[in-house]
Ligand binder design. Structure first.
Ligand SMILES: Cc1cc2nc3c(=O)[nH]c(=O)nc-3n(C[C@H](O)[C@H](O)[C@H](O)COP(=O)(O)OP(=O)(O)OC[C@H]3O[C@@H](n4cnc5c(N)ncnc54)[C@H](O)[C@@H]3O)c2cc1C
Length: 535
């Protein structure tokens, strides 16, 4: 029997949410942090814009609340929005205390202040940032601090397979007591036991062929929580960014900032024709969802894979000085944007729905919390406002830490738990099943469950998912697990939850747009899914 690891708190995920929580807890608790890849490989690292909070002299909590509610298209939970916005300034101060170097600028009197930018949906300047690489600054500093803390143990390349709950083992409790964890290098499965388990596993952008998310964003936390009996809400609300660089190797995809359109960049069909004017009088400057829908329409109409973004009418110096990073990355991939248009495609960017929690990050399984992009707190409603997501990570990591502290001394370490049973499985000689299904799933999700939906397409996707899930489950029962198989199984389940939620929403609202019900329903409602065996 392998040694079972034992901690006060097991944090699954090392993004902004997971690391902030670990640092908040570590002075008083032994914390294990798992990351299935390198510590900084999550979505946090890629956040460019910044973090929203009421910090400016001319700003108010009411204004931030109002903007968030407007973006959420009637589906935000007002109590959550009030709570998060009110906590914002204090959580930003906490980040500053951790040593994150946000960008500063001198005011009229020469005094240095934190520089605030304004982003889509915000009626005031309220986005604090570290140049154009805020996420990198956050993750670099938090991970350095976590590495230094004697009470935090970081396990990179360790992927949680499933949560261990009392219910699963016929115990007289539904409590979550730990997780089975696969070491990607040694291929061994270990039991991690803990008084509290926290999911901080990020989003699920890889359910789609095109995504701005790194490869790790496979919805593992949502899938694990669902299998453990948690309620999952509003999975149909996937935010698509209109312009991601198109590349046949999708690991090379990256965001092309809206600023390129803001500076006059035009969207063109493969034959060179401009098309945005047909869809909105603001053309390329229309809001994100309208631009994404227009590109999607043209791509589907023409059966092509991408359109072009052209800013070649601007002088080369202007392009290089305004967009140095985008220019360089395009150049590395064979495109010089100073004299040729670049291929772009909309891409899955943010998962608004997720594991339902209360204002302390608690799920409905005892002992289990969910924080960050994996969670559905009610903050984003039917559409996330830019830069509210990193804020949500730090607000809920703090709230969860306070709630855990209150109970820490009353909850014992769980007893020895059943070991992972691999006695009935053999080595697979058909790894192609995994790679094929991975691609197939993401392709039909893109084609049938993307930006513009119809009931017929959703149903087509559902039939294929049912088939894939049967095949994946059979494979999972018979063959030794691997990192890819764990992720594929989770991705297929998350795709299923997205499609089921989309089929239940018989209206168009926020990020969910269906040709069969183009208008919003009179009364907004959340889509809440409950695992059958827990009904
Ligand atoms: C390109 C891009 C730009 C963005 N810009 C902004 C912005 O400017 N402002 C803003 O507020 N938001 C932005 N966002 C969104 C924001 O970055 C994310 O919502 C946020 O970083 C999520 O943080 P997280 O801690 O929840 O998850 P992540 O940072 O994604 O971390 C997830 C962690 O979980 C681990 N993990 C996952 N599954 C498992 C498993 N089974 N076992 C073990 N470990 C696991 C991963 O290894 C990783 O460590 C952007 C997102 C992208 C992709």
């Amino acid at each position: 029997m392998s040694q079972q690891a034992e901690y006060d708190v097991l944090v699954i995920g090392s993004g902004a949410a997971g690391l902030a929580l670990a640092l908040e807890l570590a002075d008083h608790a032994q914390v294990a942090v798992l990351s299935k890849a390198a510590i900084d490989a999550g979505n946090t690292q890629y956040a460019q814009g910044g973090i929203s909070a009421v910090l400016g002299q001319d700003d108010t909590l009411e204004s931030h609340i109002e903007d968030t509610l407007n973006a959420g298209a009637g589906l935000c939970n007002t109590a959550t929005v009030n709570f998060v916005v009110a906590q914002g300034p204090a959580r930003i101060n906490w980040l500053i205390e951790q040593g994150i170097q946000f960008t500063q600028a001198a005011d009229n009197t020469g005094q240095l202040n934190y520089h605030l930018t304004r982003e889509g949906g915000h009626s005031r300047r309220r986005v604090i940032h570290a140049e154009d690489a805020t996420g990198r600054a956050v993750i670099t500093q938090l991970s350095a601090k976590a590495h230094q803390h004697p009470n935090i143990k970081i396990f990179e390349r360790h992927i949680a397979i499933d949560l261990i709950t009392g219910k699963k083992f016929g115990l007289n409790s539904r409590r979550c007591m730990g997780a089975y964890v696969f070491n990607i290098d040694t291929e061994e499965v270990t039991v991690f036991r803990a008084r509290f388990v926290v999911l901080a596993t990020g989003g699920a952008g890889n359910a789609y062929l095109h995504t701005s998310n790194p490869i790790i964003a496979t919805g593992d936390g949502i899938a694990m929580a669902w299998r453990a009996g948690c309620h999952v809400a509003n999975m149909e609300f996937i935010q698509f960014h209109p312009t991601c660089f198109y590349h046949t190797d999708d690991t090379n995809a990256f965001l092309i900032s809206e600023a390129v359109r803001g500076e006059g960049g035009r969207l063109l069909l493969p034959n060179g024709e401009a098309f945005m004017q047909k869809f909105d009088h603001r053309a390329e400057l229309a809001p994100r969802d309208i631009v994404a829908r227009a590109i999607d329409h043209e791509i589907k109409r023409l059966g092509c894979n991408y359109v072009f973004l052209d800013i070649t009418h601007k002088p080369a110096d202007f392009i290089i000085s305004h967009f140095p990073n985008i220019y360089q990355r395009c150049l590395d991939l064979g495109y010089d944007m100073t004299y040729e248009p670049i291929p772009v495609v909309p891409a899955a960017h943010y998962t608004c729905g997720g594991v339902m929690t209360d204002l302390t990050g608690k799920t409905d399984v005892e002992g289990l919390y969910a924080i960050g992009e994996v969670a559905h707190t009610g903050l984003h409603g039917a559409n996330r406002m830019a830069s509210n997501s990193l804020l949500e990570c730090v607000v809920f990591s703090h709230a969860a830490s306070e709630d855990i502290f209150k109970q820490l001394n009353n909850i014992p370490i769980p007893p020895t738990l059943p070991e992972w049973d691999a006695s009935r499985v053999t080595n697979s000689d058909e790894e192609v099943v995994v790679t094929h299904n991975w691609y197939e799933l993401r392709r039909f999700m893109w084609d049938y469950v993307g930006i513009v939906r119809t009931t017929k397409r959703l149903q087509r996707a559902k039939n294929r998912i049912d088939l894939l899930q049967r095949e994946i489950n059979e494979y999972y029962s018979n063959f030794r697990i691997s990192n890819n198989l764990i992720e594929l199984r989770n991705l297929a389940l998350v795709a299923d939850l997205i499609v089921r939620s989309a089929l239940l929403r018989k209206e168009s609202r926020g990020l969910h747009y269906t040709l069969d019900y183009p208008q919003p329903a009179p009364i907004p409602h959340d889509t809440v899914l409950i695992p059958e065996e827990y009904l």
